[in-house]
Write a protein that binds this ligand. Structure first.
Ligand code: CA
Ligand code: CA
Length: 313
């Protein structure tokens, strides 16, 4: 029941967020521009229909430490304080995409009074990035982050062709029958040079659908790193959802629409060591979960997690 409620809440929230993009101009906050803040705040920028967009804080970076920002269940006073500090009408932020400059956004209105989107702000977006449901960008108050040249792009046909056998192999290793792999859907696949060696890594989200004998969905999220003429994959997230997990009234197709499926937000060098960290989102549990991965040695570690509770349903 909880999962069903979560999915419905997520869909409702998406609808509310979309609706909020079209509700004209409400009065913005009137607080003065803050000039004394030293913390770096990183926001995710979501946009289904540019230039309408909204921003949500995902991490605060202070003296190298990653700290959670306000969430939907923070005290009202904290939310007001954050909103006053960062969401004054007309405030501008740099927009980053693939680790480089990609334009700017301007705050239109804080959503602190909205039940399910209170940590967000509606913004006007000017960007070279082509955003959609599965392609997000970042925004920040930092002057120093994201000064690299963006390496983010769609994968070439050759890259896709080289990767897909490894995606299928990853599913087989997880016990998904080969017969189901004809239903494999690529939800999003992105090429980025994460370690600046001139060769692109791939980050992808996939779903396999089982229709007969008990419907199910198998979401998979992975990084693939070049190895010779092919790739090696690091499977970071594989899950199974059956009709039992998702009660009547909700639809398993929500998963291919992004619920419970980990997806790339963007990559950005957050600690100045020349290699990009990878920032992802996973919708669920009445809110969104955000993750930051960093490559340490040969493996990727999750170095930060933040759950933004939005609202119950
Ligand atoms: Ca690389
Ligand atoms: Ca780094």
């Amino acid at each position: 029941m909880r999962i069903r409620r979560t999915i419905l809440a997520t869909l409702l929230t998406s609808a509310l967020l979309l609706a909020s993009l079209f509700t004209g101009t409400a009065s913005g906050t009137t607080s003065s521009q803050d000039s004394t803040q030293k913390a770096t705040v990183l926001f995710t920028v979501y946009s289904m229909q540019p230039p309408n967009a909204y921003m949500v804080p995902i991490v605060i970076i202070e003296q190298g430490q990653f700290k959670p920002p306000i969430a939907g269940d923070s005290d009202a006073s904290e939310i007001t304080s954050f909103s006053n500090a960062y969401y004054s009408k007309g405030r501008k932020y740099r927009v980053l995409f693939g680790g480089g400059e990609a334009g700017s956004l301007t705050v239109n209105k804080s959503n602190q009074g909205e039940e399910c989107t209170r940590t967000s702000a509606d913004v006007g977006l000017r960007t070279t990035a082509k955003l959609n449901r599965n392609v997000m960008a970042l925004a920040t108050n930092s002057d120093s982050l994201g000064k690299a040249k963006s390496t983010r792009r769609s994968p070439t046909a050759a890259e896709r062709t080289a990767l897909m056998p490894l995606v299928r192999a990853a599913y087989r290793e997880k016990g998904v029958p080969a017969a189901l792999l004809s239903s494999l859907m690529t939800i999003n696949l992105t090429a980025l040079d994460l370690d600046n060696d001139g060769k692109s890594e791939l980050v992808g989200s996939f779903v396999v659908k089982k229709q007969k004998g008990g419907a199910a969905r198998y979401p998979l999220f992975l990084f693939a790193e070049p190895q010779g003429n092919s790739y090696k994959t690091t499977v970071l997230q594989f899950e199974r959802f059956t009709a039992k997990d998702i009660m009547s009234g909700a639809d398993l197709t929500a998963i291919e629409n992004g619920v419970y499926l980990e997806r790339l937000i963007d990559a950005l060098d957050l600690d100045g060591d020349g290699a990009s960290e990878v920032i992802t989102v996973r919708d669920g549990l009445e809110g969104d979960g955000y993750q930051i991965y960093k490559k340490q040695g040969a493996k990727w570690d999750k170095i930060y997690e933040f759950s933004n509770y939005r609202c119950g349903f």
